[in-house]
Structure formats: C-alpha cells, structure tokens
Write a protein that binds this ligand. Structure first.
Ligand SMILES: NC(=O)c1ccc[n+]([C@@H]2O[C@H](COP(=O)([O-])OP(=O)(O)OC[C@H]3O[C@@H](n4cnc5c(N)ncnc54)[C@H](O)[C@@H]3O)[C@@H](O)[C@H]2O)c1
Length: 470
C-alpha cells in the first residue's frame, strides 16, 4: 500500500515515519522547500526524541521519500493524508486555507487508475470532511473537465492524538485509533492500512520499546462528523481538566490546603483519574487554545453558548498571570529586577513554542520593566528565530541565567531541572526567590537549599508527614 502524507510538521513527519516503519511506502510532501531539503539530507526540521532513528529504520523498511511535488506522489498513492496546519484566525475560527489548497491539489492530481482514500489528519472543524470532498471534486473538475465521474475516491477523518515529546510511542502504541468514514470501501482501506498497528504485529524499534500492557489497539470506527468531534472533545476535556486542577490549586492557597495532596486524593478515584490533574502555570502548545476557540466558533455558528469551553480559556489565561502576581508579592517592584526563566518550550522534550506560557510571561515581565534571562536545553534557537523582537537574554546554563537574578521562575519541567544543584543556584542569586510554576521541587528541599520558595497551590506550613500518595 502506498501512502502520501501532505505536511511535514510535527504530525506529518511522525505519521510518515511510523507508516513507513510498518512497511508502507511513504512520500512526505511539503510546500516548504527548506524543510524538505533538510529531511532529504537526514536532518530533522523539528526536535522530537527518536524521530531521526525511526526515519532511518523507516527508509530501510517500507521506504520513505521527501518531496515538494504533490501530484506525482498523490497519483501513485492509495491513501493520502492531509496533515497541514490549521492555525487559529484572530476571531478563533480555524484557518482552513492550507487544508483547502491541499485538497484542491489532490483533486487536480487524481486520475482513474485506482481508488484512493483522502484522510484528514489535521484537526479540522466539524463538517470539513464534506468540505474536503467538495474541494477535491472541484480540483478534479478543473483538471479533467467533464471526465470526473470516472475518478473514484473516499474521504475519511483520522484525528491525531500524539503528544509532542513522546510522539513516536504515541503513534506506534496509541490508546486508540479513530476512523470516521461514510462508506465501507474507505473504511476497509484504512482498516487494512492500520492492521499492523491494531494487531501490534511488528518488531518494536529498540529505542521505543512496546509497553507491556499493549497487545492490541482499539479501533473506533465512526461517522466522519463524530470522528471530527472526538478530536475536539478530547482536547477540550484535557484542557478543562488542567484548568480544574489550577482552579482547585488557587483555592488551596487561600485556605492553606496543599494542591499536590488534594489532587492526589481525588485522582485515585478511577472516575477522575490522576493524569492531567496537575496544578501549574497553565497549559500551552499549538492545540488546546486553538481547538477550544475553534469549537467555540462552531458552537456560535449553531447559536449555542458553550460556557464550560469559554471558562477553560479564561481560567488558563488568568493562570499565566499567577506567576506575575507571586513575583510581585515577593519582590514588590518588578521594574529593574532581573528574572530568570527556566524553560521556554511549552512542555518538556519539544522545541515547540506555539502559545508557550514562557513567551506570555516574558512579555509581561518586560512590559513591567523587568530584565529577563532565559535558559532552555532545546528551544532557544527556535525562540530566537521566531521572536527576534523579544528582548530577553539567552544563557548557556541555568546557572548563568540565575546569576545575580532577583527571582527564578521554573516554567518548563525539563528533566535537566530536576537534578539541579539548588543550593548553588540560590547562593548565586541577588535574591533567592523561586516561583516553581510546575511544582517540580519539594518545597522543603528548595527552602533548605536557601530559596524563598513558592509553588502553585502549595500549603505554607511545613508538613511532618512523608510525600503525598502516588
Ligand atoms: N502538533 C501536535 O501535537 C498535534 C497533535 C494532534 C493534532 N495536530 C493537528 O495536526 C495538524 C498539523 O499540526 P502540526 O503541529 O504538524 O503543524 P506544523 O505547522 O508543524 O506543520 C504543518 C506543515 O504543513 C505544511 N503545509 C501547509 N500547507 C501545505 C500544502 N498545501 N502542501 C504541503 N504542505 C503544506 C507546512 O509547510 C508545515 O510544514 C494541525 O491541524 C494540528 O492541529 C497537531
């Protein structure tokens, strides 16, 4: 089975690599010639652990190539994935221009030589399956005139649930595969494509071993519209869950309860679950705000007020301000102070800075007259390139960032930060104030190291007891 993946971003490159690893012959297409040239040279355009190794193995198995030419690749393929970006417009609705261009180009490339399935992997508003089908038909009509009835294709939705930073494991051992289609032939083609994943009948790559619990992956077959809705419902729920943890943490601070203890206490309830139930300085990344805004836009189109979704956005916006308030409480004046930010990426193990809380916090601190020093193990080159106007000082180590600073803010919980010599950092600072925006450190350990420590939702009192239940 031959596959084309359109878009070589975080989703497209990983999808292409995994399908080729499973034995499919894959062409990855992008309009960004620089990205394609890098991939052809074996360089990674994004930071994703184990992607490079997987691409090497994929080339040896099914075979994978990279090109800017969509038409020849699409013509030779049985399945064509659309994995282009769907960024938000200022009014919250998804910008579908990349998707529309891709769909028309697929239509123009099609011929009657085979039945093809076009799969929406991009996160798209409900109804985009229909839109893509119409655009493909228009593309066919423009390229082939009245001949279009001979050309057969199906459209499906296959939303992506990978998490940046562990995208390979999420793609090879997913918790579920969701397929939305309206006809049997389309669904059968995709079932066949994903059979090795569903049955888990492939040798796991040594660097990304198969978790023991994974023996078979559930495949959820739905209508097109349901599949599109599942993606939005999943992301909005996850964002809401983090927002809930943050709201509870803020209340914990008021009454001097400890959010770590409280969230551990409720997370053990299997109806709630402990994952994604951590307090912090709020979520970021390319998906949550975009997807909530897009679903809100759909709700508006249907005259429905989705109050929980509105609240999720508002709670997260406010949570980023919590760090600034904590700094103001400790330092009173921020003008002329130096604040060190540990971490820029929106989460560990990625270089992705889209909607990263670090950027919001840095901009706010600069507006308030503070100097901002930053250190991130991976995301600094991307930050420099994408935000040339941001007047922050990039440092080569956390120690350099903290030197003579008035406060440190832990923004991204990179593993490297877990193992820091906190006493060395505290002693090098002008004032050893720490705002731990991810509750990474044990408050007592940080205080013993010399820090004036505050986390998010942590109790003020020292606890005689041991750690909270896991
Ligand atoms: N990043 C994630 O963690 C994640 C997870 C799940 C779903 N998604 C969704 O997947 C989609 C892609 O996300 P991403 O993070 O990979 O985006 P990205 O911005 O990293 O990559 C998109 C790529 O598409 C290319 N492109 C745009 N128009 C094109 C065209 N007409 N032909 C060929 N290439 C084209 C761009 O040049 C870019 O390289 C989005 O809808 C996103 O919401 C992303």
């Amino acid at each position: 089975m031959r596959v084309t993946v359109i878009g070589t971003g975080y989703v497209g490159t990983v999808t292409g690599a995994c399908l080729a690893y499973l034995g499919r012959q894959v062409s990855c297409v992008d309009t960004d010639a620089e990205k394609i040239a890098k991939l052809q040279r074996g360089e990674m355009p994004i930071y994703e652990p184990h992607l490079k190794e997987l691409l090497c193995a994929a080339a040896a198995r099914g075979g994978i190539d990279f090109t800017t030419e969509l038409a020849p690749a699409a013509r030779e393929s049985d399945v064509i994935f659309i994995a282009v970006g769907t960024p938000p417009r200022p009014n919250g609705e998804a910008n579908l221009s990349y998707l529309e261009t891709a769909a028309r180009s697929i239509g123009a490339a099609m011929d009657a030589a085979r039945f093809r399935v076009v799969v929406n992997k991009s996160t798209v508003p409900v109804g985009c399956g229909n839109l893509v089908e119409t655009l493909i038909r228009e593309g066919i009509r423009e390229a082939h005139g009245g001949d279009e009835k001979r050309i057969e294709f199906g459209v499906a939705s296959n939303p992506e649930f990978l998490r940046e930073g562990c995208a390979i494991a999420d793609s090879l051992y997913p918790e579920r595969i969701v397929l939305g289609a309206e006809d049997g032939r389309t669904m059968e083609t995709l079932r066949e494509l994903y059979r090795p994943l569903v049955e888990q009948k492939f040798d796991a790559p040594p660097e990304v071993p198969r978790p023991e619990r994974i023996t078979r992956v559930p495949l959820v077959a739905t209508s097109l519209t349901s599949a599109e809705m599942i993606k939005y419902a999943a992301n909005t729920f996850l964002a809401m869950k983090i927002g809930f943890a943050n709201e509870i943490a803020n209340l914990c601070e008021k009454v001097d309860a400890d959010a770590i203890e409280v969230l551990a206490g409720i997370g053990l309830d299997s109806r709630i679950g402990a994952k994604f139930l951590n307090a912090g300085l709020g979520w970021g990344g390319s998906c949550f705000a975009k997807d909530i805004s897009s679903l809100l836009h759909t709700a508006q189109e249907y005259g429905y007020q989705a109050r929980l979704l509105e609240a999720s956005l508002a709670v997260n916006r406010a949570q980023r301000q919590v760090v600034i308030q904590k700094l103001q409480e400790k330092l009173f004046i921020l003008k002329g102070r130096t604040i060190a930010l540990f971490g820029l990426a929106f989460k560990p193990n990625t270089d992705d800075l889209r909607d990263a809380p670090s950027l919001h916090i840095a901009e706010r601190l600069l507006q308030l007259g503070a100097r901002v020093k930053v250190y991130d193990p991976i995301a600094m080159p991307a930050c420099r390139a994408q935000n040339p106007e941001l007047r922050i000082q990039y440092c080569d180590s956390p120690f350099e960032a903290a030197q003579e600073a008035d406060a440190v803010v832990l923004v991204t919980e990179w593993d490297e930060f877990r193992r820091l010599d906190l006493a060395r950092i505290a002693s090098s600072m002008h004032q050893p104030v720490m705002v731990d925006g991810r509750n990474l450190y044990d408050p007592q350990t940080a205080r013993r190291a010399g820090f004036d420590y505050s986390g998010i939702g942590r109790a003020r009192a020292e606890r005689p007891s041991g750690p909270a239940p896991q």
